[in-house]
Design a protein around this ligand. Structure first.
Ligand SMILES: *Cc1c(COP(=O)(O)O)cnc(C)c1O
Length: 422
């Protein structure tokens, strides 16, 4: 599409947007009485108007039914983890039996590393991206130490080439090949939280498998943002949170994927809990763990229904919008932002966008490095009603999301940003 740098053009795109009705299903924060330009769906997605109703339903059922709510609530609590499966599986490109909502993201990362990072004398390396999200880094280090290994020896960090900001797929694949049969697990963020780079899941997984390793992905910044095709791409496992693009509320319930080829592999070691035990005899309270087939067998505790209610309210919107349609709009919306930013500073004198240019290699987020006085620029944006994300040393991350951001939002942001860098 050929873009134009005018508000009339932005408004025309909004008028023709088949997903435009979804914005009105969200509560948009205000700054000084005016609707904010909200670009931090990559950090905390906005609240759907329906969330209150979904949570209220559980509160009412709890009030009326007490413990009987497990069976007789509108959405019986005993089966709550099943209600998210259909939509979650569509969002991540999986079969319903391959996904489950459970725990928190870092908890799930640990649980699945227990099963899929099992170093031996010969095969012990963990390949990750350098500068991974801190929680992931702590998980990697502590998992390695848990096996009495040293992070300096077992952890292989993928770094961009000198003078580059993002990783080249060929370099990732080369590194996996170089370490060959010493690699136990390749574990990357599907979309890198800082650079916004969307890795080539298919090729990375294929190459990990070719050297005899497992491939896992942290999809915190990918779920609800890009199409993942986890099943078709033959990924071994994946984890995500639901408070970013999935709009399920701060600290809400996370999710996990385990490929169906591992569904009945009871030899995979795991840390078990009663909610992962065979449903048929869960309440017989016996010794001897028998896992549920598939990812359900990794569940530990009974389901947090209030968090789950918020999750379902949001998933209902995803179900109606469809991840394919969302991605299609997202590519245009972020493409428009990229175009407008280029118009401001063609020579890259004041800033550079270091997220990959190719829409296939990024999600909705653009990461902007402001060369001078970045913090001042950021403060000006905030004063003008923009809610964005700041990271030292000069990085502003902007994530226009297709569910509630408009082309006009993006246009207005570009005008404010242009004024701020001058
Ligand atoms: C947001 C995010 C986290 C946060 O972990 P929680 O367990 O949800 O607190 C971890 N890893 C990545 C890559 C993230 O983007």
């Amino acid at each position: 599409m050929i873009f134009e740098n005018t508000i009339a053009f932005a408004r025309k795109l909004d008028r023709n947007d088949p997903l435009k009705k979804f914005r009105s299903q969200f509560l948009l924060p205000k700054v000084k009485g005016k609707t904010a330009l909200y670009f931090t769906g990559n950090s905390l997605g906005l609240q759907p108007k329906n969330t209150k109703k979904f949570i209220q339903q559980e509160l009412d059922d709890w009030a009326k039914l007490g413990v009987e709510g497990h069976f007789h609530a509108k959405r019986p609590w005993l089966y709550y983890h099943k209600f998210a499966k259909k939509t979650l599986s569509q969002i991540v490109g999986a079969k319903p039996g391959e996904v489950v909502a459970m725990n928190q993201l870092t908890v799930n990362l640990h649980l699945l590393m227990v099963s899929f990072y099992r170093p031996t004398n010969k095969r012990y390396k963990l390949i990750v991206e350098a500068g991974a999200f801190p929680s992931d880094q702590y998980a990697f280090e502590s998992q390695i130490k848990f096996h009495n290994l040293k992070p300096e020896e077992a952890l292989v960090e993928l770094k961009p080439r000198e003078g580059e900001s993002t990783l080249r797929t060929e370099d990732i694949l080369d590194t996996i090949h170089q370490h060959g049969d010493t690699v136990a697990l390749v574990l990357l963020g599907a979309v890198q939280y800082y650079t916004g780079q969307f890795f080539d899941i298919k090729k990375i997984t294929e190459t990990a498998h070719a050297v005899g390793a497992y491939a896992g992905f942290d999809c915190a910044h990918a779920v609800g943002n890009v199409e993942l095709d986890l099943h078709k791409n033959n990924v071994d496992f994946a984890v995500w949170c639901s408070y970013k693009y999935l709009n399920s509320g701060a600290g809400s319930i996370a999710g996990a994927f385990v490929h169906e080829k591992h569904a009945n592999n009871n030899t995979l070691p795991r840390f078990a809990g009663w909610w992962g035990h065979d449903e048929g005899e869960r309440f017989q309270m016996k010794n001897g763990f028998i896992p549920m087939p598939g990812v359900d067998g990794w569940q530990l505790s009974n389901f947090p229904v209030l968090l789950g209610a918020a999750h379902l309210a949001s998933l209902e919107i995803f179900q109606a919008a469809g991840i394919k349609n969302l991605r299609k709009k997202s590519i245009q919306l972020t493409g428009y932002l990229d175009y407008l930013l280029q118009q401001i500073d063609q020579e890259e004198k004041y800033f550079t966008v270091f997220t990959p240019k190719n829409p296939k290699e990024r999600g909705c987020q653009l990461s902007i490095f402001v060369k001078k006085d970045g913090k001042k620029v950021f403060t000006k944006l905030t004063k003008a009603g923009v809610i964005a994300d700041w990271r030292e040393p000069g990085v502003i991350r902007i994530a226009p999301t297709p569910l509630y951001n408009t082309f006009e939002d993006v246009f207005r942001f570009s005008e404010i940003f242009k004024a701020a860098i001058r």
